[in-house]
Design a protein around this ligand. Sequence first.
Ligand code: BTN
Length: 329
Amino acid sequence: MDTSEQSSEELILALLADGSPEFTSGEALSDKLGLSRAAVWKNVESLRRKGYRIEAMPAKGYRLAEIPDRLTPLELTPLLQTQEIGRVLHYREELESTNELAFQLAVEGAAHGEVVIADRQTRGKGRRGRGWSSPPNLNLYCSIVLRPELPPQRSPEITLVAAVALAQSLNELDAPARIKWPNDLQVEGRKVAGILTELSADPDQIHFAILGLGINLNGGRSDFPPELQASATSVSEVIGHRISRAPFAALLWKHLESWLRTHAERGFPPVRAAWKRAAATLGKKVRIQEEGRLIEGTAVDIDDSGALLVKNARGQIERVVAGDLEQAP
Ligand code: BTN
């Protein structure tokens, strides 16, 4: 389901969401939408059949009491607080990988901010050729087309921008998130979210970047493959209640858009400072495999391009651009 135009149902949901927690009168809805009262009622009934709980009170109007936990434009669009991200949404119930479809759409000209989102992925991609476990009904899997004005050497900054926005969003759910360099989101030392950025670029300009975000919101231990059960967790396991996916997506995209704007206007320094505040890695003993080279020491900083600075046993600082990092607890 692709949309950029809003249906009457979406507009009613947007008005009810705006008015929430108060009631919105049927008259106000019919005036604002240019629909008869009977047409408003028909749309409300249709929304109820889709799982929305909409209360109706004589003389007061309608109130949105509950939205179903789905990720179609009908649920997402009324919640958006962004100018660009998610304003064009490509929802699929199932995809091999949202990054794959987003890449294809970007090649065909998809604009900055278009989002591909799926309820489940059958071949979700992780970093360094790994997979990403993507069961249905539980989590968030989305890929965002970005068209930043940056040379490709600065592309790691985009991933760090996303890590900062994710950490901020998770913290607002009361899940104390920390970033493990470069871009794993951890809560209580276990991974809750990952970022996979893929690029199309020539030597001096990025054509587009696909920012793929996978967040374990609601899975229990048994929803993870056995090999991840010790190292992964979900937000709901930590905070003890289920997270509605659409409001979380809207929150995340709001923070992401704001951090992308900060990055475009002020460059990397404010992102670096926020990344450092949320970092789990700094001050820790680390081991990093970087293309055949093993680096061991204490992580001391990230530099002004996002590379990790590690002080080795001889007291020298080694600069690490990419790699698989193990860190002491
Ligand atoms: C990692 O290995 O930490 C990165 C995981 C990224 C997973 C997300 S889920 C949505 C998007 N589509 C994919 O196939 N991968 C990313």
